[in-house]
Design a protein around this ligand. Structure first.
Ligand code: HPA
Length: 274
C-alpha cells in the first residue's frame, strides 16, 4: 500500500489538474453550515467519492464535495461536509484533506462546526470563536509513523488557533454588529450526545462547548504549520440541571438559522486575506 505521503502527492496531483493549487484559503464547513457556498464563484466541485484516496463515503459524508472557486478575488478550496471519527474512519482518514490542502499550497484554514453550549452565557444560534480546545477523542491524528515532511513529531499546541486570523474574524463580526463570543471547545467521539453527568464533567474541566469534530483537523493544521481559526455555532443549550432532549434534526435546523451570518463573516474574512 502507498504511504500516506504518496497518497497525499497523488491526490494533490489529481486536484492540480483542476487548478486547486491556486487556492490560498481552505475552508471546512460543519454540519448544517453549507451556505458559504453561495458566496463562492464555483469553478469546480468534485464529490468526495471521486477523489483518489479520499475516504469511502458513509451516509453522513456521501453528499460531501470539494469545491474550488473564488470569493471576490481570493481563490479558495471549501470542504462542504467533513469526515467524522464516529463514522468509523481513522483519524488519519479524517485529517487527510487537511494534509492535501496544505500540499496544494493553502496558507490559511477556516473551520466551522455545530456545538452544544455548556457555558450558561451561550444561547442557541450564538457564534463562538474557538480560543482553545480540549481533546477527549480516543486518539491523536498524529499517532503512527511520522514522515519528517509533515512537520514535528511533537507539535507545540500552546496556541492552536492563529491569533491574527482569529482577530480578523472577531473584527469582521464586530463590524457586522454581532461580536463573536469566545470559548474552549471540547471534542468527544460521539455519535451519542452527552448525559447530564457528562455535560457537568465537561464544564468542570474547563470547556464552554462540546462537539464531535474540528480538533483532529486543528492538530494536523498545527503540525503542518497551517494557521487556522474556527467558529462554533451553538445548536443546543446543555445545562445539566435543565436538560431537554435534542435531536440531530433540531441541531441542523439551528445551525441552518445561524449559517447565513457565519457565512457572511467567513466570506468577508476571506476577501481580506487576498
Ligand atoms: N454534544 C456533542 N456534539 C454536539 C452537541 C452536543 O450537545 N451539539 C452539537 N454537536
Amino acid at each position: 500500500m502507498d504511504t500516506l505521503l504518496q497518497q497525499i502527492d497523488a491526490t494533490a496531483a489529481y486536484l492540480r489538474q483542476f487548478n486547486y493549487d491556486q487556492a490560498r484559503v481552505g475552508i471546512v464547513l460543519g454540519t448544517g453550515l453549507g451556505e458559504l457556498v453561495q458566496h463562492i464563484q464555483v469553478e469546480k466541485s468534485i464529490p468526495y467519492h471521486e477523489i483518489p484516496h479520499f475516504p469511502e463515503s458513509t451516509v453522513e459524508s456521501h453528499t460531501g464535495q470539494l469545491i474550488y472557486g473564488r470569493i471576490g478575488n481570493v481563490k479558495v478550496i471549501a470542504m462542504q461536509g467533513r469526515f467524522h471519527y464516529y463514522e468509523g474512519y481513522t483519524m488519519q482518514q479524517i485529517t487527510f484533506p487537511i494534509r492535501v490542502m496544505k500540499a496544494l499550497g493553502i496558507q490559511r484554514l477556516l473551520l466551522s462546526n455545530a456545538a452544544g453550549g455548556m457555558n450558561p452565557a451561550f444561547k442557541k444560534g450564538d457564534l463562538v470563536l474557538l480560543d482553545d480546545h480540549i481533546s477527549l477523542q480516543p486518539e491523536s491524528p498524529l499517532r503512527g509513523l511520522n514522515a519528517p515532511a509533515f512537520g514535528p513529531r511533537f507539535p507545540d499546541m500552546s496556541c492552536p488557533y492563529d491569533k491574527e486570523l482569529s482577530a480578523l474574524l472577531q473584527q469582521t463580526a464586530e463590524a457586522s454588529g454581532r461580536p463573536l463570543k469566545k470559548g474552549v471547545y471540547v471534542s468527544v467521539m460521539g455519535p451519542n450526545l452527552e448525559t447530564r453527568a457528562e455535560y457537568r464533567f465537561l464544564r468542570m474541566i474547563g470547556a464552554d462547548m462540546v462537539g464531535m469534530s474540528t480538533v483532529p483537523e486543528v492538530i494536523v493544521a498545527n503540525q503542518v504549520q497551517l494557521p487556522c481559526a474556527a467558529v462554533s455555532v451553538i445548536t443546543d443549550e446543555c445545562d445539566p440541571d435543565n436538560l431537554h432532549p435534542v435531536s440531530i434534526e433540531e441541531i441542523i435546523a439551528v445551525a441552518g438559522k445561524a449559517d447565513q451570518h457565519l457565512s457572511n463573516i467567513f466570506a468577508a474574512v476571506v476577501q481580506q486575506l487576498g
